[in-house]
Design a protein around this ligand. Structure first.
Ligand code: FRU
Length: 536
């Protein structure tokens, strides 16, 4: 079955959420007036303590991630003049450690070819483009131009790919006069170029989402592109449009092997409805991506290959020109979901990003698996700590409260030995009666997040129409987890990052207490470590 194009799907989502289209001016004005009336409380209450948000306006996908000269650059899909998706620009932020971000001036504005959709950026160290002047190293951004005028006129939009270069390390860009560099071959959803340098072959390789497939291209100069191959028909999840691909090699931990990872975001079709990012593991020979046989076998049995099983990690991609000491790639995602992103209860700004993460590969009994953990730099922010061992949990047991330590800028590490009795439930709660519940159901062998009673949920029925679930992928006897808490988000990294769940929430007051219980028996929590994270 052919799925609706991005344009149709997005308009449907917006129209559903608002009960009408928000595109006409009067309505926009009303939204703006409402914003000034209701904003201050939500503003203070819901802007994260440490996850990146734009100061003002709308944000979706991370774009153009590159590292150069001590700075990590993060661009993002940005509508600076409204708190809803609209004419896309590239906003910009920089960081020296991937945790604390400084917003910079807007880097790319819409032009005569259209608005600026998602894309990537590379450092052209060898000046393959010839864009260098006065010995300055060019940073080259490649993005999709989307023609909003054609869209408004109800015409089919021919999305095309363009480039722009920066000679001041990513602060300002000049659009290439030969744009577009990749024309549209007659495919309505044709976007999100992700470029990287293919070391082995000495070529630029670009992956592009085209309908429900990924196209692979190569270039020597980032201007002339040759179509190499196509991947995806009949493979993986096809319940929605494929978007925001990424392709990179990773070492397989504990071996001499290297495998290539292809990330593909899909909307809708996520494991817990809406937007999510699937991945494929295989080999890339400079032309074709061939899925690994063992991976294919597992995928056919059951599709459990999601970067994150939670509802709020979409369109994530990796930094170019950067790896960790052990060869991991650095990743960040947009912490929302197209099901409700346009109507979450913030006004001046909308959406945050996930914490930056390290992606690595492990090989289990069956096949390879992508694991992710927060970047190590987060440890540098640890302050006050509560730690205990061998805690006996009999009935609902309070582990800590905000009288002792903050629960909205927090890292929690725990270990439960022989996790096998019934259902373990953690609860974050406040005096208003809100509770966010999450844990592990050992009978189903699934993790869960229940945000049904977590505070404001009525802005969209899709926000809490079900309990999010994720398979436990590790066979380890002991269950370990790392929990990253901000005011409006939880990021759960279970079993050393083998199963990850990211979810947002909007409590009526900050959560004050963290408790744990099992529905069947008493048990021992053999490690609990709570770190307050300090950002000033
Ligand atoms: C993903 C996406 C991309 C597109 C961008 C538009 O969320 O739909 O495919 O380039 O958002 O803002």
């Amino acid at each position: 079955m052919k799925n609706p194009s991005f344009k149709t799907a997005l308009l449907l989502v917006i129209a559903f959420a608002l009960g009408t289209s928000c595109k006409n001016k009067a309505e926009k004005k009303q939204t703006a007036d409402m914003a000034t009336e209701t904003t201050v409380d939500n503003e203070e209450m819901y802007r994260p303590n440490f996850h990146f948000t734009p100061k003002k306006g709308w944000m979706n996908d991370p774009n153009g991630l590159f590292y150069y000269n001590g700075y990590y650059h993060l661009y993002f899909q940005h509508n600076p003049d409204d708190n809803k998706w609209g004419p896309m620009h590239w906003g910009h932020a920089t960081s020296t450690d991937l945790i604390t971000w400084k917003e910079q001036p807007i880097a790319l504005y819409p032009d005569e070819l259209g608005t600026i959709f998602s894309g990537s950026a590379v450092v052209d160290i060898d000046n393959t483009t010839g864009f260098s002047q006065k010995e300055k190293t060019p940073v080259v951004a490649m993005y999709t131009n989307h023609d909003m005028e054609a869209e408004k006129a109800g015409k089919i939009v021919d999305e095309v790919q363009s480039i722009a270069y920066s000679l001041d390390e990513g602060l300002t860009f000049t659009k290439y006069e030969g744009n577009p560099v990749v024309k549209n071959p007659g495919i309505p959803d044709f976007r999100d170029p992700k470029v990287d340098w293919d070391e082995e072959r000495g070529q630029w390789v670009m992956v592009l989402a085209a309908g429900q497939e990924i196209k692979f291209y190569a270039s020597k100069d980032l201007k002339d592109w040759e179509l190499l191959s196509v991947f995806g028909e009949g493979i993986g999840n096809h319940d929605g449009v494929w978007e925001c691909p990424d392709l990179f090699p990773l070492p397989v931990k504990g071996t001499d092997e290297q495998k290539w990872v292809l990330l593909v975001s899909i909307n809708p079709g996520g494991p817990n409805t809406g937007s999510a990012t699937q991945y494929f593991i295989g080999d890339f020979d400079g032309k074709t991506f061939k899925i690994d046989e063992s991976f294919q076998k597992e995928l056919e049995k059951e599709h459990r290959f999601w970067v994150d099983f939670g509802r709020d990690n979409y369109a994530g991609v990796t930094w170019s020109n950067a790896r960790t000491a052990d060869g991991s790639k650095l990743f960040i995602g947009w912490m929302s979901n197209w099901l409700y992103a346009n109507v979450v209860p913030t006004e001046q700004w909308r959406s945050a990003n996930t914490i930056a993460r390290e992606l690595s590969l492990i090989k289990g009994d069956d096949t390879y698996r992508l694991v992710s953990l927060p970047v190590k730099q987060l440890k540098n922010y640890r302050g006050k700590k509560v730690a205990d061992t061998d805690i006996s949990i009999a009935g609902k047991t309070v582990l800590t409260t905000t009288q002792t330590i903050s629960l909205s800028q927090t890292e929690i590490n725990f270990e439960i030995p022989n996790a096998s009795i019934g259902k373990y439930t953690f609860s974050l709660s406040n005096s208003k009666g809100d509770a966010l519940k999450f844990g592990y159901d050992t009978i189903e062998n699934k993790f869960f997040v229940d945000r049904g009673q977590s505070g404001q949920t009525g802005f969209s029925e899709k926000f809490s129409d079900r309990i999010a679930k994720a398979p436990r992928l590790s066979n380890a006897k002991n269950w370990t987890g790392k929990i990253i808490l901000d005011k409006t988000s939880i990021e759960l990294f279970y079993d050393d990052g083998q199963t990850v769940m990211t979810e947002i929430f909007f409590p009526n007051a900050p959560f004050e207490s963290l408790s744990l219980e099992s529905d069947t028996d008493t048990f021992t929590l053999n490690k609990l470590e709570i770190h307050q994270l300090n950002f000033n």
